[in-house]
Design a protein around this ligand. Structure first.
Ligand code: SF4
Ligand code: SF4
Length: 256
């Protein structure tokens, strides 16, 4: 009963529409009351970030763009198994494996063991950076870096290819293809028995480069002789995605 009488009083008061009386003090400060918010904000810690001049460091295990890692001699860790592509919920990865071929005149060896990733692409228009692909990778070939500046106004440039995703060559590494280190098997690479490229691997790569240079010069000479001066040298028309940093630029801070 007491509650009913109170609610009746409240209804009467609101029905009357009588304005509440303000104190003289509140009326005095009313014109400048809005500045209170500004003044209180002036003494708070500044949260503004000066991006892109001073990018904020990410958390150590931030999920940024991917990287395809190498063994200490430069051979690729990816064995083209496609497990990362099957694990991806966004269907963002394309892998095509191929056989390593050590035989004379063959395509060469890019990774220890049987196969390597001949084609590798990640579509960053689809990727949601969940990290399931790196969990699925059996060789720790695929990891994620702390790099996150992945915007572009060209959709084609957001499909990263293998040359963009491969880790840069570090001290003691050589560019594949070349044979495995002397006397070593695939398992030895994963047991950490290979720590750098050997002399015989270095000799092989030097001979390979010299032979490729000679072939390129011979081809250029032939095209000059036939009057086809506009023929492109190998690599001259390769597509370069200049808007993205190289893997070398994003190597820093890569999650192991
Ligand atoms: S991070 Fe997730 S969405 Fe992106 S490629 Fe890997 S599995 Fe696919
Ligand atoms: S990155 Fe790893 S999971 Fe993906 S194809 Fe290469 S080895 Fe297999």
């Amino acid at each position: 009963m007491a509650d009913d009488s109170v609610s009746k009083d409240v209804r009467k008061a609101s029905a009357s529409g009588a304005p509440k009386k303000k104190s003289a003090l509140s009326e005095l400060f009313a014109p400048v009351a809005g500045f209170g918010v500004s003044f209180s904000t002036m003494f708070r810690k500044v949260a503004t970030e000066e991006y892109p001049e001073k990018p904020r460091p990410t958390a150590p295990r931030f999920h940024g763009r991917h990287q395809l890692n190498r063994h200490p001699d430069g051979l690729e860790k990816c064995v083209g198994c496609e497990l990362c592509a099957w694990a991806c919920p966004a269907d963002a990865i394309l892998v095509e494996g191929a056989d390593n071929d050590d035989t004379p005149g063959g395509a060469g060896r890019f990774s220890p063991g049987e196969r390597y990733g001949r084609v590798y692409q990640i579509n960053y228009l689809r990727c949601i950076f969940c990290g399931l692909c790196i969990e699925a990778c059996p060789t720790r070939a695929l990891t994620m870096t702390n790099f996150y500046e992945l915007a572009d106004n060209d959709r084609g440039k957001l499909i990263f290819t293998k040359d963009q995703l491969l880790a840069p060559l570090q001290e003691g590494m050589l560019p594949p293809p070349f044979p495995m280190a002397d006397g070593m098997e695939e398992r030895d690479y994963y047991q950490g028995k290979v720590t750098a490229a050997t002399d015989s691997q270095r000799t092989y790569v030097d001979a390979r480069d010299a032979s490729e240079d000679a072939e390129a010069h011979a081809a250029a000479h032939d095209s000059d002789a036939s009057g086809n001066v506009g023929a492109a040298l190998p690599g001259e028309h390769d597509v370069v995605h200049a808007t993205h940093p190289t893997a070398a630029a994003t190597r820093e801070g890569a999650n192991p």
